[in-house]
Design a binder for this molecule. Structure first.
Ligand SMILES: NC(=O)c1ccc[n+]([C@@H]2O[C@H](COP(=O)([O-])OP(=O)(O)OC[C@H]3O[C@@H](n4cnc5c(N)ncnc54)[C@H](O)[C@@H]3O)[C@@H](O)[C@H]2O)c1
Length: 315
């Protein structure tokens, strides 16, 4: 089996490749990545030079490059992570989010149609559902309406709809997973956890949006990777699967846990004006995937300290 992974030099894509390389020793893997500011070959250095791994540096928005890649490698499965992913950047510069997340996804879908792949798995986010109130409100199910609020979330919702349209219109065998916030090693230090660790290590103020009470639902990155693999094996073509671990934590509580792990004072916490359109709360119901047999294995309580240590040695 040949598996093409887009965005494999980023945070989750690199974990997914590592997990799959170990889990499927007879399969070969191609990583398509543009190496934007968020992509880093060091994230995959432990298997970059293995014979059944190929690094293909290029852009999913480049139709000619994507076509040549499919013609050369003829992948059986495509797992699509490549995206612009930082909400704050989408607020200050939304255009590239539309180009990569929507147009780039469309270019990949066209190539999949032309070359007749077995499965296109689209990695999406719970942010497509928008926000829940801080108190009350049931976790999002796959039936919840799409109400994205940031340009990032809107671009991901658009790509979800495009993917589903290729299933309905052309019969392209697709699946979609919508996952909650991931935590783990190898994340670019603009995202909440590595950013707070970096600032704390530098003894600089930790910028906390608004009152810090916004709630996010967290999952260990390896549990997300296993859920995608599980969806490839057990998911129904044309279906969407929510992925989460039910660990809802207010941002301020998580930041205090990080400071505790680093032995740094809470006085570093500095409240800053709230993010525009800041979603209050995400909570995801993953009972559909769990009913098939998947379940998360890791908890923040057991793993956060080790993750903080990993960043402490590198930031
Ligand atoms: N991080 C999370 O908590 C989270 C949660 C749910 C879903 N997701 C989704 O998972 C996917 C991966 O997220 P991440 O946090 O690992 O992102 P990331 O920003 O760490 O990595 C994105 C990767 O995509 C590559 N890339 C960007 N634009 C590209 C382009 N035009 N062509 C080719 N490669 C390009 C980058 O170089 C990088 O390696 C995204 O689709 C994101 O929406 C992320």
């Amino acid at each position: 089996m040949k598996i093409l992974v887009t965005g494999g030099c980023g945070f989750i894509g690199s974990h997914f490749l590592r997990y799959m390389m170990n889990a499927y020793p007879d399969d070969s893997f191609i990583c398509l990545d543009a190496l934007t500011y968020a992509g880093n070959k060091n994230n995959i250095v432990d298997f970059l030079h293995r014979s059944r791994f190929t690094m293909a540096e290029g852009n999913i928005r480049d139709t000619v490059f994507v076509d040549a890649l499919f013609a050369t490698y003829k992948p059986d499965i495509v797992v699509h992570f490549a995206a612009e992913t930082h909400v704050d950047r989408s607020i200050t510069g939304p255009q590239v989010f539309l180009e990569t997340n929507v147009i780039g996804t469309g270019i990949l879908l066209d190539a999949c149609l032309r070359y007749g792949i077995e499965r296109f798995h689209h990695v999406s986010t719970d942010e497509v559902y928008g926000t829940l109130p801080l108190q009350g409100g049931s976790p999002f199910t796959e039936q919840s309406p799409l109400h994205p609020t940031s340009p990032y979330a809107a671009s991901k919702a658009s790509s979800d709809l495009l993917v589903l349209s290729y299933y309905k219109t052309y019969g392209l065998p697709v699946t979609i997973s919508r996952c909650s916030n991931n935590y783990g090693t190898h994340q670019y230090p603009e995202k909440l956890i590595p950013l707070m660790i970096q600032k704390a290590l530098q003894g600089k103020p930790l910028p906390v949006y608004g009152d810090g009470l916004n709630v996010r639902d967290w999952i260990h990155v390896v549990d997300h990777c296993k859920a995608i693999d599980f969806t490839l094996q057990r998911g129904t073509v044309g279906d969407v699967y929510n992925v989460g671990a039910g660990e809802e934590i207010p941002n301020i509580k998580l930041i205090k846990q990080i400071l505790d792990a680093l032995g740094k004072p809470y006085e570093l916490i500095t409240y800053v004006p709230d993010r525009l359109g800041h979603d209050l709360r995400y909570a995801i119901d993953s009972s559909k995937l769990e009913s098939l047999g998947w379940k998360p294995e890791y908890t923040m309580k057991d793993t956060l300290k080790g993750i903080v240590e990993w960043y402490r040695k590198r930031l």
